[in-house]
Design a protein around this ligand. Structure first.
Ligand SMILES: [Zn+2]
Length: 201
């Protein structure tokens, strides 16, 4: 029997973090309450500020403190290219590789029908709106080389098959089952450079 119900609640709340099981959550809670209350208060403040101050970019759906993120607001980028990614970590990995100068669109994950995650859940309607931009000439599908990432790419390909732009897919260098975020910048840059067309625009 736990001596403090509030402590029990804190442990339970910490389990919302990825890869945090019961034991780790208990260790974290002890650290916050017993050993580092100043750090704990700082963490609480930061979470509150982040939740209040960070929203989504209305154009690419990435995290942003303003209605349009710094990349979408940057008029010097290549307007003819739109790169579709499935996670913010992939988005950042591609951006850090320096191989891409166009704009991005961030899906809220990838299709996984068995888990009930369909087109609506990953934000397809926002993507459709973004794709109405007449400046777009090439859409690059940069979803991961996992089964779900491929399924998502296939879905998008079918959705865009009658549209006016070329659709390409990241090429070699992305191993099957590969999560983009784990690729080094050079490999990712190569995959971006050698992307292959999958439809004729
Ligand atoms: Zn944006």
């Amino acid at each position: 029997m736990m001596i403090s119900p509030k402590f029990t609640e804190l442990v339970r709340a910490l389990r919302c973090l990825p890869s945090v099981g019961a034991k780790t959550a208990q260790r974290m809670a002890l650290q916050l309450i017993e050993r580092d209350r100043i750090g704990a208060q700082h963490l609480a403040d930061m979470i509150e500020q982040a939740l209040g101050g960070i929203g989504r970019c209305k154009q690419c759906q990435a995290l942003s403190e303003t209605s349009m993120c710094t990349i979408c607001a940057d008029q010097t980028r290549n307007k003819s290219q739109l790169c579709i990614v499935e996670s913010l970590t992939d988005w950042m990995a591609i951006e850090q590789s320096g191989a891409f100068q166009g704009y991005y669109f961030l899906l809220s994950g990838r299709l996984s029908p068995l888990d009930g995650i369909g087109p609506q859940e990953i934000g397809i309607e926002w993507l459709r709106l973004r794709l109405e931009d007449p400046a777009i000439e090439e859409v690059i599908l940069a979803t991961s080389a996992t089964i779900e990432g491929e399924a998502t790419a296939n879905y998008l390909m079918t959705m865009m098959k009658d549209d006016q732009y070329h659709v390409t897919r990241l090429a070699q260098g992305v191993p099957m089952g590969g999560e983009l975020e784990y690729l080094d910048g050079h490999t990712l840059a190569l995959a971006m450079k050698s992307r292959r067309p999958i439809t004729e625009g």
